[in-house]
Write a protein that binds this ligand. Structure first.
Ligand code: ADE
Ligand code: ZN
Length: 326
C-alpha cells in the first residue's frame, strides 16, 4: 500500500484537539450569517489570509474572535459533527476533545448550550461512524483561579459526561501552579487531568504540571527536551505527550517540520502521540499531521505505528477497550 493509505488505515485515537479550533472558515462564515454576527472578514479567502501567526498569542487572538459565531446548541452540534466527519475519514476510532467553556460563558452563551450541543454531535458521530469520544473541559489559564472554580461548579450536572479537565491558552506567565487547587478539586471529583506545558513555556512548567497538578498527560511537552532529568522522569512514568507537529510549525515552535523533535522523542523512549490541536487554523487534521512527519522527518512505518499505538495506550479508555484496539 502507499504511505497515504497506510496512514489512513492505522487505527488511531486523537488526544489533543480543541473543538473550537476545528471551526473551518466555511462554517465560520455560514454561522456568522445564520446568527447575524458580524465578523471582521469579507470572505472565506480573507479568513484564511489572516491565519499567519508569529507565536501562540497571535493565534489565540484570532481563535477567540472566531469562536464568537458559535451561539446555539445547533452551532456546537454542527461544529462537532464536521470534526468527526474529518476524523473518521482519517481513521480516527476514538477522540478525546477539549472544549473551552469560558470562551463561551464570558459571551453570555450558557454552559448547557455548549455541552449539550457537543454531546449531541458526539452521539451522532458514534451512530454514523462508530467513532467514540469523550470531553476534556479546559480552563483558560489567562483567567483567574476563581473563574476556573466557577466553571468547575457550572459543570456539576454534566460531570459524568466529562472525562478530564485541561489547561490551555497563553502559557508564559501563567504557570500550572496557579491552578493547583482547581486541579485537586477536579481530581477529587474523579476527573482525569491534562495540561498544556512546554509548548512555549519552560521545562519548569512541565515539572509543575507533574509535581503540583499531578497530570495524567502532558499536552505538547516539546520544551521538556531541554532538561535531561525531566526527560528521564517522563520516560520512567510512561507519561504520554500529545504532540502537534503542524501546530508547532504554524506557531513557530519549530522553524520547519524537518527540525521537529518527534524522532528524538521516540528515540528517548517518550510516549509521544500525533494530534492536530486546532486543525482549521493550522492547515491539517490528524492524518495531515502523520503525513507531515512521515515526509518531513522520514519516519518509517514502524515509527508511525508506534505513534498510533501510543494514542490508545495514552487514552482514557478502559483497559479492556485499549487492549481491543491494539
Ligand atoms: N488553545 C487552543 N489551542 C491551543 C494551544 N496550542 N496552546 C494553548 N492554548 C490553546
Ligand atoms: Zn492545544
Amino acid at each position: 500500500t502507499d504511505l497515504d493509505t497506510f496512514i489512513t488505515g492505522l487505527p488511531k485515537a486523537e488526544l489533543h484537539l480543541h473543538i473550537e479550533g476545528s471551526l473551518e472558515p466555511e462554517l465560520m462564515f455560514a454561522l456568522a450569517k445564520r446568527n447575524a454576527v458580524t465578523i471582521p472578514y469579507a470572505s472565506i479567502e480573507d479568513i484564511r489570509a489572516a491565519y499567519a501567526f508569529g507565536n501562540l498569542q497571535d493565534f489565540l487572538d484570532i481563535y477567540y474572535a472566531g469562536a464568537d459565531v458559535l451561539r446555539t446548541a445547533r452551532d456546537f452540534h454542527d461544529l462537532a459533527a464536521a470534526y468527526f466527519d474529518r476524523a473518521a475519514a482519517d481513521g480516527v476510532l476514538h477522540a478525546e476533545i477539549m472544549f473551552d467553556p469560558q470562551t463561551h460563558t464570558a459571551r453570555g452563551v450558557a454552559f448547557e448550550t455548549v455541552i449539550e450541543g457537543l454531546l449531541s454531535g458526539m452521539a451522532e458521530a458514534e451512530a454514523k461512524h462508530g467513532i467514540t469520544s469523550s470531553l476534556i473541559m479546559s480552563f483558560l489559564r489567562h483567567l483567574s483561579e476563581d473563574d476556573a472554580f466557577a466553571t468547575l461548579a457550572e459543570a456539576g450536572p454534566w460531570l459524568d459526561r466529562i472525562a478530564a479537565v485541561g489547561l490551555d491558552s497563553s502559557e508564559v506567565g501563567h504557570p500550572p501552579e496557579k491552578f493547583a487547587r482547581v486541579f485537586a478539586a477536579a481530581a477529587a471529583k474523579g476527573l482525569k487531568l491534562v495540561a498544556h506545558a512546554g509548548e512555549e513555556g519552560p521545562p519548569a512548567y512541565v515539572w509543575e504540571a507533574l509535581d503540583v497538578l499531578h497530570v495524567d498527560r502532558i499536552d505538547h511537552g516539546n520544551r521538556a527536551l531541554e532538561d535531561e532529568a525531566l526527560v528521564a522522569r517522563l520516560v520512567a512514568e510512561g507519561m504520554t505527550l500529545t504532540v502537534c507537529p503542524l501546530s508547532n510549525l504554524k506557531l513557530c515552535v519549530v522553524p520547519e517540520i524537518a527540525a521537529h523533535p518527534i524522532d528524538r522523542m521516540l528515540a528517548l523512549g517518550l510516549k509521544a502521540t500525533i494530534n492536530s490541536d486546532d486543525p482549521a487554523y493550522f492547515g491539517g487534521y490528524v492524518g495531515d499531521n502523520y503525513r507531515a512527519i512521515a515526509g518531513g522527518k522520514g519516519l518509517d512505518r514502524a515509527a508511525l505505528a508506534t505513534l498510533a499505538r501510543n494514542s490508545f495506550t495514552g487514552s482514557f479508555l478502559p483497559a479492556e477497550t485499549i487492549a481491543a484496539h491494539l
